[in-house]
Design a binder for this molecule. Structure first.
Ligand code: MN
Length: 718
């Protein structure tokens, strides 16, 4: 097991005044917390966090990261709480530990490539502090190194996750050694047979390879010496996973693959890098298309080197990487390398361009002398404008920041969006306007009767959702208008003793539409419904031989006027609890201003494009409306419609009064939807209830009963 002394020694090498006492206290706490726990290998559990801490210390990260490494499994696996960690070791360490724990709890299923990419982005986005990711990666490295002890199932799951998520993140952060190690370990567990075969072949050719490497290194050193360039030459086989992929790609055997060896020359300066390249190219023939200048054009993960392949000694392809010491450090340690340079500011002005993605990635400050301080300012905000959420099955969806469950529903399928009636986030019901957060597991509830609402447009953020909702609303509006237009036109034609049905049968509507340049006959209905074409004008277009009863006024008809010529028919069943005289199946709306209740005297108006709106006869708004547009309506006694109504009860402010009022509602089978109660200055209780009633008589009865309660001053309908 890695000892705390080893870790302290490692820390002291790069942080001379490190708080070793803190490290030791973390160690003691972890040792106590994990007391008695064993790993599958039979080792004490503590071996794992100490292994993780060592990896972090070797990355030269700060003390807080190492402490978090030691403590990272305490909250997850022992009785210790996040609060304990904060109380003992401070908020900084607690936050890293919490972040690591949170990342470990993310559900994970393996799907396609895009999914994996979203996952990687999400992990980066969720870990607001880059140290969380680095500790998590160290945790993963240690787990992969000891994977032989867990079940085959778990081996496969962890190894796949490592290959698809963690190795690419290590690569993205520029941790080359970690990427290679994670990939090779994943290979070992995911394709055990191929891995074994390859290792066997590598072993079989090792003597040959070692001799070849020694020979080439000597030649390269010679070339450097001839050109007066100082440089360290080395050569080694690449990782097994990358060799395997190369063999598969090229279809060649290991014996033929000499370029599984990478030779590396590390020089003191960039000038020497190019000089070395020149020397190599003048001694051996370069392979066209293989030269890459990552010094002038660094990789997104900051990697810099010159790469070339030449026909080397023995006419074998020989791959050489040339870089400076500093570039080498960046290549191996990536992002971690950049707060280790104490003697200079983390990034010079000249480096800026090279650090394009890091530049976006980090919110960073100049003149930071303390690496720990720099670390604190390193925030990942590259994916700030995106939020990543899960379907209940574990698929990841990327949505813009601020997206709501509706946006998510439309992103899944437009039908799901159209019928979205609610959402559960992490098992809890949330309002539809809830803003999604990274890592949310979202379950959309649909209902066949749910329709997109105009209100949704106020909070959705994706253009997909906006377009779909608008489309639906337009269609709905059109359908409403068409129905209304049909009713109005029927009436208008009836005034001329004609019927719409026979007009349709004779295709007169289509003809009229043509004459009016409206396209199809249906457009006439829609136009009448929208109020763009008067029913009378439409009737005359359909039957041009008819004379308008009042030809000078080609306007909206006088719907409310009694038309004695019209044969009275039995009102048909209504839609919405109200019969519209003579007209069947008209959807009505109830005015919000007066909120009519069954039994109230009512009157209705036809509004342009919005259909029939029902008011009470007493409603002040009803007086101001155009009488020409009124229609006679009556309640449908069979409909058993429940209507909302507001009731105000003024009472003395005394205990038990609310209970008495509630009981009274209950006894009269009146449902309370909402209650607002407050005390007025003169110590009276002002109570407003939203209730639903089936009839105005029921409302009157309950109001009377409440009025009779002891302590109630008044009970009125609002
Ligand atoms: Mn762990």
């Amino acid at each position: 097991m890695v000892t705390i002394d080893e870790i302290c020694a490692s820390v002291l090498r790069h942080i001379p005044h490190a708080d070793l006492d803190l490290l030791r206290r973390c160690y003691a706490y972890a040792a106590e917390s994990h007391q008695g726990q064993l790993r599958r290998s039979g080792d004490p559990f503590l071996v794992h966090p100490m292994g993780v801490a060592k990896i972090i210390a070797d990355l030269n990260l700060d003390v807080a990261s190492i402490c978090a490494g030691i403590l990272h499994d305490c909250v997850e696996d022992t009785s210790a709480t996040s609060e304990d960690i904060r109380a003992r070791f401070g908020e900084e360490i607690q936050k890293i530990v919490d972040g690591v724990t949170k990342l470990g709890q993310i559900p994970w299923t393996t799907r396609e490539e895009r999914q994996a990419e979203n996952f990687r982005k999400m992990l980066l986005a969720m870990a607001r502090d880059i140290r969380v990711i680095l500790v998590k990666l160290a945790d993963r490295v240690d787990n992969m190194r000891t994977l032989q002890y867990v079940s085959r199932d778990k081996q496969e799951r962890v190894a796949r996750e490592t290959r698809e998520i963690y190795a690419p993140i290590a690569n993205r952060l520029g941790l080359q050694w970690m990427k290679v190690e994670l990939e090779d370990l994943a290979f070992q567990y995911l394709e055990p047979q191929e891995w074994k075969d390859l290792c066997g072949q590598m072993e079989g050719t090792e003597t040959q390879r070692t001799a070849y490497i020694r020979e080439v290194c000597a030649k390269l050193a010679e070339v450097l010496a001839e050109n007066d360039i100082k440089g360290e030459v080395s050569g080694r086989a690449k990782g097994t996973w990358s060799i395997h992929q190369k063999m598969r790609r090229t279809g060649r055997d290991l014996e033929q693959v000499y370029d599984i060896i990478a030779f590396r020359i590390i020089t003191d300066s960039v000038r020497d890098c190019y000089a070395t390249l020149g020397a190599i190219h003048s001694n051996w023939m370069p392979v066209p298309g293989r030269f890459k200048d990552y010094i002038a054009l660094p990789k997104p993960n900051l990697y810099q080197s010159l790469h070339t392949t030449v026909i080397g000694p023995g006419s074998e392809r020989m791959e050489v990487q040339i870089r400076t010491h500093e570039m080498h450090r960046t290549a191996e340690e990536g992002i971690a390398a950049h707060w280790q340079y104490k003697e200079r500011s983390p990034l010079g002005a000249g480096d800026r361009k090279a650090f394009a993605w890091l530049h976006q990635l980090m919110e960073w400050q100049r003149d930071l002398s303390d690496p720990a301080e720099f670390m604190q300012t390193v925030k990942i905000d590259l994916f700030e404008e995106e939020v990543f959420v899960f379907t209940p099955k574990g698929d990841v969806k990327a949505l813009p920041q601020g997206a709501t469950p509706i946006d998510f529903a439309y992103a899944v399928h437009s039908k799901i969006g159209d019928h979205c009636s609610g959402a559960r986030i992490n098992g809890m019901m949330v309002p539809l306007r809830y803003r999604l957060r990274n890592g949310d597991i979202i379950d959309i509830i649909t209902s066949p009767t749910q329709r997109p609402s105009k209100d949704w447009l106020k909070f959705v953020t994706t253009s997909r959702a906006q377009t779909k909702i608008r489309h639906h609303l337009r269609r709905e509006q059109r359908e409403r208008s068409r129905r209304l237009g049909r009713d109005l036109l029927t009436k208008a034609l009836r005034n001329h003793h004609r019927s719409l049905a026979s007009a349709e049968k004779d295709k007169l509507l289509d003809k009229a539409a043509e004459a009016l340049h409206l396209g199809t006959g249906e457009e006439i209905l829609v136009h009448v419904g929208y109020g763009k074409l008067s029913p009378e004008a439409a009737a005359l277009a359909i039957y041009p031989q008819l004379q308008s009863p009042d030809a000078s006024v080609d306007n909206m008809p006088t719907l409310g006027e009694a038309t004695p010529a019209q044969p009275r028919r039995e009102p048909k069943r209504s839609v919405g609890g109200v019969r519209v005289q003579g007209e069947a199946d008209i959807v009505v709306r109830f005015a919000k201003c007066c909120s009519p209740v069954p039994g109230d005297p009512i009157v209705a108006f036809i509004s342009r494009g919005r259909g029939v709106i029902v008011h009470t006869r007493q409603c002040p708004k009803a007086f101001n409306l155009d009488p020409a547009r009124t229609v006679e309506v009556s309640w449908d006694e069979d409909a058993r419609l429940l209507r909302p109504v507001a009731v105000e009860v003024i009472s003395e402010d005394k205990p038990g009064i609310l209970a008495a009022i509630s009981k009274c509602f209950l006894e009269h089978s009146v449902n309370i939807a909402q209650a607002k109660c407050k005390a007025t200055e003169d110590s009276r209780g002002l109570n407003t209830f939203q209730v639903t009633v089936g009839h105005v008589d029921q409302l009157k009865k309950v109001l009377r009963a409440i009025q009779g309660l002891d302590g109630v001053i008044s009970a009125t309908r609002l």
